[in-house]
Design a binder for this molecule. Structure first.
Ligand SMILES: N[C@@H](CCC(=O)N[C@@H](CS)C(=O)NCC(=O)O)C(=O)O
Length: 209
């Protein structure tokens, strides 16, 4: 069976998990213990040579990078239809979410949450830069969701899943989404769907809480 390697604290891992659920794929979740360095062991490096989560194994086929895995799982389905113009639109918002939202959320999440846990120095400038770029970029999403129920039309696509994954650290990174009412409403609605609740309902147990 198709295997998805992940860690519950890794928000890049969430995109493939959400996609597998939303696409109705049969899959098995394999948690990789980042704290013990399981991601740097030879057996895992044979799956993902970069030593990161997420990763995927489908028979003897292996993939790393969340975007590549999400496209592999969804290609040809409504989440990522097989025509160039639809894919172009979805890719535009998908890449926007990764490069302009997720990368900046990652700066804030790393410094506010991960660095204190691992005892690394906290870079306040990086937090401020991340927050600035988030507030520079989320208005584009807010405006889009004022005119369209989903990022690419009337139904959910990979673009939405990419943005939902990018905003996973909303609470832990203490992001303020209140200036974006359309985004907040859209996010709340998506988070009540089974592709999301099926993944989140296991987090407590996975994190030993
Ligand atoms: N560009 C990658 C990013 C993956 C990534 O940075 N994963 C982190 C967890 S959020 C990781 O595995 N870090 C462990 C390490 O680098 O040692 C993707 O989208 O899949």
């Amino acid at each position: 069976m198709l295997k998805l390697y992940y860690h519950p604290m890794s928000f890049p891992s969430m995109g493939p998990l959400f996609t597998a659920e939303a696409a109705g794929r049969d899959y098995e979740k394999v948690m990789v213990d980042l704290q013990s360095g399981a991601n740097k062991q030879p057996d895992y490096l044979a799956i993902n040579p970069y030593g990161r989560v997420p990763a995927m194994v489908d028979g003897d086929y292996k993939l790393a990078e969340s975007g590549a895995i999400m496209r592999y799982l969804a290609r040809g389905r409504d989440l990522y239809p097989n025509d160039a113009k639809s894919q172009g639109q979805i890719d535009q918002w998908f890449d926007f979410a990764v490069h302009h939202v997720r990368s900046n959320v990652a700066r804030v999440q790393y410094n506010r949450v991960i660095a204190p846990i691992i005892g690394a120095p906290v870079d306040e400038n990086s937090i401020q830069l991340g927050l600035k770029y988030i507030s520079d970029n989320l208005p584009h999403v807010e405006n889009r969701l004022a005119e369209s129920p989903f990022l690419c039309g009337d139904a959910m696509t990979l673009a939405d899943l990419s943005l939902i994954a990018a905003l996973e650290p909303e609470n832990t990174a203490r992001l303020d989404l209140s200036p974006y009412p359309n985004l907040t409403k859209w996010l709340k609605a998506r988070r009540s769907e089974t592709f999301y609740t099926n993944i989140h309902s296991h987090f407590g147990a996975e994190l030993g809480m």
